[in-house]
Design a protein around this ligand. Structure first.
Ligand code: NI
Length: 170
């Protein structure tokens, strides 16, 4: 496994529609392993292939909704599609490609994704809360969309922290 370089705002790779996989080969497996390692190192909850310069439809998401004793785990999605969603959540979101930038984005509270695993087996996976948000955010990346497009206002990390303190004080 190897760390990949995470591309940032302005890099053309982030704004392209990615091509689906037709073949599930070793190259894909290596990419998914590298993306998982890169995401963990950067303390992210999701990373999409275009963020590391690969214009193909795959991403990794960290499932953080686990039982007390459970461990967070990585979900690999190849050619993912949202097939159902409901509810609504509004909250601040960030992106490893936009370090230090946070914006309020409305997302569904619950989504169901259909995707393939690295071996080409199709499966469905559900996400709630942060995981639903991450699924939507990462799949947007595969269509060349970034979260800042959906925000009226971008906050810095200090502004976000100040906002949270204000809310906690209420
Ligand atoms: Ni992102």
């Amino acid at each position: 496994m190897a760390l990949r370089n995470i591309l940032t705002e302005g890099n053309p790779s982030l704004y392209k529609v990615c091509r689906p996989y037709g073949e599930f080969n070793q190259r894909l497996a290596v990419l998914l392993d590298d993306m998982a390692e890169t995401m963990k190192k950067a303390n992210g909850v999701g990373l999409a292939a275009p963020q590391v310069g690969i214009a193909r439809r795959c991403c990794v998401v960290l499932e953080t909704n686990v039982e007390d004793e459970g461990e967070e785990y990585i979900i690999e999605l190849v050619n993912p599609e949202i097939i159902a969603f409901d509810g609504e959540q509004e909250g601040y979101e960030g992106c490893l490609s936009f370090p230090g930038q946070y914006g309020c984005v409305k997302r569904p509270e619950h989504v169901v994704v259909r995707a393939f695993d690295r071996h080409g087996n199709q499966f469905e996976v559900e996400g709630f809360g942060l995981t639903a948000r991450a699924f939507c955010h990462e799949i947007d990346h595969l269509d060349g969309h970034v979260f800042v497009e959906k925000c009226d206002e971008i906050l810095t990390e200090e502004e976000l922290m100040a906002l949270h303190e204000e809310e906690d004080g209420e």
